[in-house]
Ligand binder design. Structure first.
Ligand code: ADP
Ligand code: MG
Length: 721
């Protein structure tokens, strides 16, 4: 047996458990070892029974005087009751619906019990305590697994308890912990005082103290960040060997463009555009992230770079995450550049393709023609979805790639876009500009891009009205509805977001990044159902006199596009949709954003929804419907009422909900542990330094094959750029 041994070959794991483990994404022994607890129950304080107090969580050891099953007739529930005695006193323990316990725990056995002390009719008792048989009256920590120590609690799935995981893990880990090779070189480990991998694995699962658990965790955070940093350095190394076409800045042209705009650029827009222009002027490929809140005006900034590139005689590819957004960009960029007489193509998955000709008109064109024109260099700017990186699309002289809300795009992918002989001879790859509205924690963005490659649009265009945000409790629902009706009568439009459908239980949610495809499909069907129900309710009961439409992920892209167009053209007043529907869609007359089940979303995500309204001169509103009476919910939502800053809200999310729920983490594929570690600037700096040391001394990592392998598998999981 080794770390790659599949779980099927591990003794004591039967077929049922194999299936359940796979649900958590655990396929090998390694996966099992790296399935870390998300918290610990502190049962380390073993006390004499006489000292037990009401309300306390405690651990006692003693002999079972008596154990029996009874049944409550009212609730038809099994109760297992036992009396435990040590040399100071006796106490009762009660378990619910675990009648089989009497087959394990017998009269006369010594046990260790840990749990909450509550008050019953006949005195104090331990309610549903964790239990573990011991050999003699007293047994202390190292030998204990489920009680009498810091006990690991794992993110669970149905039928896979932490108890079972501990039972399986402990002997395996004991056997393997000294045989696991450490990917972190010893020199680095010594210098940064990191726990060795075997010890760290043991201490993260079965810690001897909280301090050691923390130290183990730190080691794995260090490892993840160290790998990220190495990956970044390797990627930079690769990039540094590449060349790109230098695009001279055409000041007159840029001036003319800026003057032609119907608005004044913000200071931030000017600064970012300048940073980009300076970058693409160099013969080295740009790798820049343009980060700005929803509505901060990223498209114009990108358009400046595109215009400058196209007028210098090179092609630009512009990729959006969805067809609707690609089309919107096509329209908007076409409008911005009308005066500048460029050929702009739109290429999407299945729908029609248009081309805006020299005349400035949109013309339908066949896919074949569009591809031909692109290859001949007659298309200056080609806009589309992922379809653009298909190999069928050949460019004549592509020099700039712009990505909107997509992250997976490495040097290899860029190189793929270069297909013509001339370009290959030049050995030049395109410059890359990524844009995102996802508020990535600063430390993460900086460690991946470095200060030089990050452009922040941290200023909103002037004259935007603040969106009035209100929390709507059930009592005020009708009032909100009649307000919405009045808005529609004034010619405004409404977005309705349906509640997010969550996995069955909380634990599942914590591992939701690892949800199986099937589970995800079921969830997305559930979301479709929610949309249909909301649609029925609104169109039949609440607003029978208004035009209600719906949009969800199971529609074909043609259907989606039609609905979106109908909404834009005001054939629909109220559009009901799932949370997954496009972020950046621009509908100027939409002034109301109504979110059902608001408590189920993260603040940053709610903020992104809110960003879909408020794009016109009219006052806009965001209604957060919640049926949850919890005070905590209201406090959290209040942050949204009070703040308009996406970054501040995402930091608040991080604080309240933890890194697993931060939007964008799934997109980036960053492991949770690394994500939380990224808030630790010192650790980020340390790992940066460590990675640099290793790379400087051994650029190809020839002496560290394990590390090299790790980075490769990490590269597959994580998406940089
Ligand atoms: P995002 O950053 O979310 O992609 P967009 O680029 O879609 O934002 O811009 C949102 C809207 O604001 C667009 O209608 C755009 O034309 C407009 N806009 C962009 N910059 C400015 C500005 N400086 N002043 C006023 N409106 C602007
Ligand atoms: Mg946008």
């Amino acid at each position: 047996m080794n770390l790659s041994t599949p779980i099927e070959k591990i003794p004591r794991i039967g077929p049922i458990y194999q299936k359940r483990l796979k649900k958590l994404g655990i396929k090998t022994l390694r996966d099992l070892f790296f399935h870390f607890p998300h918290r610990y129950d502190d049962f380390s304080n073993i006390i004499p029974i006489a000292k037990v107090q009401l309300g306390q969580t405690c651990c006692v050891q003693g002999r079972i005087l008596e154990i029996k099953n009874t049944r409550t007739w009212r609730k038809r529930m099994f109760l297992t009751q036992a009396i435990i005695e040590d040399d100071t006193a006796a106490i009762k323990a009660v378990w619910f619906n675990q009648p089989y316990l009497i087959n394990t725990l017998m009269q006369g056995d010594y046990v260790c019990l840990a749990g909450k002390v509550v008050l019953g009719d006949d005195g104090l008792y331990l309610s549903n305590p964790a239990y573990e048989k011991i050999k003699k009256e007293k047994d202390l920590s190292p030998g204990l697994t489920h009680t009498g120590r810091l006990v690991p609690v794992y993110p669970e799935t149905e039928g896979l308890s932490s108890r079972w995981l501990r039972y399986i893990l402990k002997p395996l880990l004991a056997k393997f912990k000294n045989k696991i090779k450490d990917p972190i070189p010893e020199s680095i480990r010594k210098k940064y005082n990191l726990m060795e991998i075997g010890k760290a694995l043991w201490q993260i699962h079965f810690p001897d103290s909280k301090a050691l658990a923390k130290k183990a965790q730190e080691r794995f955070s260090f490892e993840d960040l160290f790998l990220i940093q190495l990956l970044v350095l390797k990627e930079r190394q690769k990039l540094a060997k590449q060349r790109a076409v230098p695009i001279p800045i055409n000041i007159e042209l840029i001036k003319e463009f800026v003057e032609s705009l119907p608005f004044k650029l913000t200071g931030a827009q000017k600064r970012c555009a300048w940073q980009i222009l300076k970058d693409i002027q160099k013969p080295r490929p740009m790798n820049r992230l343009l980060e700005g809140d929803v509505g901060s005006g990223k498209t114009v900034v990108a358009t400046i770079a595109a215009l400058n590139t196209a007028k210098a005689g090179y092609q630009v590819a512009f990729m959006a995450p969805t067809e609707i957004l690609a089309k919107q960009h096509f329209q908007e960029i076409g409008k911005f550049l009308k005066k500048f007489k460029l050929n702009i193509g739109l290429l999407t998955g299945k729908t029609d393709r248009f081309i805006s000709k020299k005349l400035g008109e949109q013309i339908e064109i066949s896919r074949k023609k569009l591809l031909e024109k692109t290859e001949k260099g007659e298309i200056d700017i080609l806009i589309g979805t992922h379809a653009l990186i298909q190999e069928k699309v050949k460019f004549k002289n592509l020099a700039l790639v712009i990505l909107d809300e997509q992250h997976r795009f490495g040097v290899e992918q860029r190189a793929k876009l270069i297909s013509t002989k001339k370009q290959k001879e030049m050995k030049a790859i395109p410059h890359l500009l990524s844009m995102t509205a996802t508020p990535i924690p600063r430390t993460l963005a900086l460690s991946i891009y470095g200060d030089l490659d990050l452009s922040l649009l941290d200023e909103m265009p002037k004259g935007r009205k603040k969106i009035i945000t209100k929390i709507v409790s059930p009592a005020n629902r009708q009032k909100a509805y009649s307000f919405i009706r009045k808005q529609v009568k004034k010619g405004r439009q409404v977005f309705v977001i349906c509640p997010r459908i969550e996995p069955q239980n909380q634990e599942l949610e914590e591992t939701s990044s690892r949800l199986t495809k099937k589970k995800r499909a079921i969830l997305s069907w559930a979301e479709v159902k929610a949309v249909k129900e909301e649609y029925e309710k609104l169109s039949k009961e609440i607003f029978p006199d208004l035009k209600v439409g719906m949009l969800h992920g199971k529609m074909s892209s043609k259907e989606k596009e039609k609905i979106m167009n109908d909404f834009k053209n005001k054939k629909i007043d109220i559009l009901v949709s799932t949370s997954v529907v496009e972020v950046g869609v621009d509908v100027p007359d939409a002034t109301v954003m109504m979110i059902e089940g608001a408590e189920r979303f993260g603040l940053a995500q709610l903020h992104q929804f809110r960003g879909r309204v408020g794009r016109s001169k009219y006052q806009s509103f965001c209604f957060l419907f919640t049926d949850s009476p919890a005070k905590k919910t209201h406090q959290r939502l209040k942050a949204l009422v009070e703040s308009e800053d996406g970054f501040a809200l995402s930091e608040k999310d991080l604080e309240i909900r933890g890194p697993g729920n931060l939007i964008g983490t799934r997109q980036w594929g960053i492991p949770d542990l690394a994500m939380s570690a990224l808030t630790d600037i010192f650790l980020v700096e340390k790992t940066k330094k460590a990675a640099k040391e290793i790379i400087e001394q051994d650029p190809e990592l020839k002496n560290y094959p394990l590390l090299r392998k790790k980075i490769e598998s990490f590269r597959e999981r994580i998406h940089l750029e």
